[in-house]
Write a protein that binds this ligand. Structure first.
Ligand code: SF4
Length: 395
């Protein structure tokens, strides 16, 4: 059994949580170990153990015996009960799809009868944990949607899913059969259909401009696991102490989906559990193959980690590269890192034709409606590139 968990104090958008435990303290599973002050989220211990170190993370030496029971969030089970929004805040729930935006802030919105959309796109190639949850915990997810609709005052709930997920569609359709305000809506099987603006365009027919939020269309979009955590906080008083994710890539064993694994465990544990990394291998990517970033075996499970992907080694290629960056895949820094890993040289950089600058950040003007890039390729070529490294485009 692993001896330590390392629980990051910043697993969300905002400021790091402030520790409320000290080195040497004994902690229990579910215990609050750091509180959010300002924009952020509470952090809880995922294990029973003793605090060994506090820095940017709280490192806890695990007890040998790890009971299932956990400490419930503040006020849960009392009469009067805290509001649902307070429970979401206490539980430290953040967008589990990767963004890590604090859910209590997102849900502090009055849609005045608008739409709540469950994002079940499972957009990144290889990742399948959200779809598995939809199949195995469909009733919990439908109850979670109802809690979310209640909190944000939405009259309508949509479940946005691709038609290819037949089994899961049947499971979720059964679970919401008696819910007149919740409907299933279909998404095309394309990348990046899980982008919030694509979801709003496909489901509500509203084109959001770069930088606009679904709120502008009277909607809030949340991913499957986020809603699972909402339902668990309200029904069980459970803080965010576990995570769902997929492990795939160059493994000696089979890829595997893990549900409800303790936050703070090392990535190494799960690679080993899948038979170890095949040799030779390349980077250990945290996240999916398109938008993941390079980690290592000592990286840990966080509230936003969706995947552990053992990549192929970089091929040797010392050509002069042009980079074509986009919003939906690897950005300029990541593509530069890949070229360097291959031994190449970046001689020119261009952005996808649809990228526009909004508040100092490049955003896609119309995600999923990807144009031909020949003009950009010619530009890269004219600047000396003999090969091109792209984010996701295949043009
Ligand atoms: S248009 Fe470009 S940035 Fe937008 S989704 Fe397509 S490839 Fe990505």
């Amino acid at each position: 059994m692993p001896r330590f968990v390392t629980i990051e104090l910043k697993q969300h958008i905002g400021v790091p949580a402030s520790p409320v435990v000290s080195v040497g303290d004994l902690v229990q599973k579910g215990q609050l170990i750091a509180v959010c002050e300002g924009l952020g989220a509470n952090v809880h211990s995922s294990v029973y153990g003793k605090v060994a170190e506090i820095g940017q993370a709280v490192r806890i030496e695990m007890d040998e015996h790890q009971p299932e029971e956990f400490i419930k969030i503040a006020g849960w089970g009392l009469d009067p009960a805290p509001s649902r929004l307070d429970m979401v805040k206490s539980a430290g729930i953040v967008g589990a799809g990767g963004a890590g935006f604090p859910t209590h802030v997102k849900f502090s919105t009055d849609l005045q009868g608008g739409t709540f959309i469950l994002n079940a796109a499972e957009c990144e190639p290889v990742l399948t944990h959200n779809i598995k949850v939809l199949n195995e915990q469909a009733d919990l997810i439908v109850r979670g949607i109802k809690y979310a609709m209640d909190m944000v005052n939405a009259d309508t709930g949509y479940i946005a899913i691709k038609t290819k997920h037949t089994k899961e569609l049947i499971a979720i359709a059964r679970a919401c059969k008696a819910e007149p305000n919740i409907e299933i809506r279909y998404l095309p099987d394309m990348y990046p259909v899980g982008d919030e603006r694509v979801i709003v365009r496909e489901i509500l027919g509203v084109k959001l401009e770069p930088g606009q939020l679904p709120l502008e269309a009277g909607a809030i979009v949340s991913n499957v696991e986020t809603i699972k955590r909402v339902a668990e906080a309200i029904e069980l008083g459970k803080p965010v102490i576990t995570k769902d994710f997929t492990v795939a890539g160059r493994l000696n064993g089979k890829p595997k989906v893990y549900l409800d694994e303790p936050i703070g465990m090392s990535v190494q544990k799960y690679i080993d559990d899948c038979g170890g990394a095949m040799q030779p291998h390349g980077e250990i990517l945290l996240g999916g193959p398109f938008t993941g970033f390079a980690g290592d075996k000592q990286s840990t499970i966080t509230k936003t980690l969706g995947g552990i992907f053992v990549a192929m080694p970089f091929p040797d290629d010392n050509r002069k590269f042009g980079i074509l960056a986009c919003e939906c895949g690897a950005d300029e820094d990541r593509l530069t890192e890949i070229v360097a890993g291959m031994g190449g040289e970046v001689v020119s950089v261009a952005k996808c034709k649809r990228m526009v600058e909004v508040n100092g950040r490049y955003r896609c003007d119309e995600p999923g409606n990807c144009p031909g890039q020949s003009e950009k390729i010619l530009k890269l070529k004219s600047e000396g590139a003999t090969a091109v490294m792209v984010g996701t485009c295949e043009d």
